[in-house]
Design a protein around this ligand. Structure first.
Ligand code: GDP
Length: 171
């Protein structure tokens, strides 16, 4: 396939969805930390893994940091959207954020693959990947390839499968 110098992937989702934990799982072992606090404000995390360069952000409704993360849209080749499958009340908030993302001028017209992690699948009252998919109305996504994986970011279950899909969808 096409060899790019740098393949950028943004990792987004509401706060507490599990982005940091997921990224920590992907990070090279020597760089892992085992004590991760939920992200507050605008923390970005950046690192490279298997030729992909990851940048992660929290999206929260009226965030004044929105312009900062939207800045990355133009340059991204793939998107990871993390959902806390156990947080049913906030699935509607995640859906709203997803809609804003999909209709953004720098995303709308580009065929960027989107990987959804239905994260926290280990919790008892979590929605399944199918449940998350229908809650977010993923069937209505136009002109973008997407894939959803249930994941447990604490153990890494489902994570590799998702990353492999995204890598092959980008390249
Ligand atoms: P972020 O704000 O999106 O970066 O979320 P964090 O990675 O900080 O995770 C928020 C909380 O959810 C932390 O207490 C994590 O340990 C926990 N967490 C993350 N992923 C999972 C998961 O798959 N299962 C469970 N049970 N807890 C998770």
């Amino acid at each position: 396939g096409l060899k790019r110098k740098e393949v950028n992937v943004i990792v987004i989702g509401l706060d507490n969805s599990g982005k940091s934990t997921l990224l920590n799982y992907l990070r090279p072992v020597e760089a892992q930390t085992h004590d991760i606090v939920p992200t507050v404000g605008f923390n970005t995390e950046n690192f490279r893994c298997k030729g992909l360069s990851f940048s992660a952000f929290d999206m929260s409704g009226q965030s004044r940091y929105r312009p900062l993360w939207e800045n990355y849209y133009r340059k991204t080749h793939g998107i990871i959207f993390v959902v806390d499958s156990s947080d049913r009340p906030r699935i509607v908030v995640a859906k709203d954020e997803l809609y804003q993302l999909l209709t953004h001028q720098d995303i709308r017209t580009r065929n960027i693959p989107i990987l959804f992690f239905a994260n926290k699948m280990d919790l008892r009252d979590s929605l399944s990947d199918v449940g998350v998919s229908s809650s977010l109305s993923l069937d209505e996504i136009e002109n973008k390839s997407w894939h959803i994986c249930s994941s447990n970011a604490l153990t890494g279950d489902g994570v590799q499968e998702g990353i492999e899909w995204l890598s092959s969808a980008i390249k």
